[in-house]
Write a protein that binds this ligand. Sequence first.
Ligand code: SF4
Ligand code: SF4
Length: 183
Amino acid sequence: MDETPHLVASRVCGDCIVCCKVPSIDDPLLTKPAGELCRNCSGAGCTIYTARPQTCRDFHCQWRYLDLLDENWRPDRSGVLISTKTLDDGQHGENGVHGKAAMVMVVFGDHAVVFDDGFARLVAISIDRGVEVVLSLPYGAGLRAHETALRPFVAEAVASGSLAEVKAGIRAAYDSIWTGGAT
Ligand code: SF4
Ligand code: SF4
């Protein structure tokens, strides 16, 4: 079976430039800190598109890959950039998810989205499919982030099929890491 992820046909970035600002970039041709608009971004697109670094060529957020996400999940509309990473044994090791691939939900916009039904449904579907999900809440200059794996907070609720309990678990996870900023 072909396990290679495929972009959703006909889904395009449009006016979104979130991945030119929110993540850090560490490429031989371009480095920038998280939360800072790339110097090559006009505000409407890339001014060096045909010569952009390989890191930029290789990256697509999960909204471009996941068919179950609708147009409202486009990062510039949702305030959530969904990317992937392999969990290390630092922040997430204590949760028993070290070494696993995870979907990282970087909430760079209004935090209200974290408590939506849609957010909870996506978390529940992902956890149910065995995908680890990390809630990432950037803060301050350079957009450092408070993060936690969500499985320990929602696994039982997902198994029980209760969306209300999944939402409560997400709230507990949020409260465990968010103190309003850089503490
Ligand atoms: S964040 Fe996603 S939708 Fe937005 S420009 Fe980057 S790849 Fe495209
Ligand atoms: S080089 Fe272009 S594609 Fe890459 S981050 Fe900068 S503006 Fe975006």
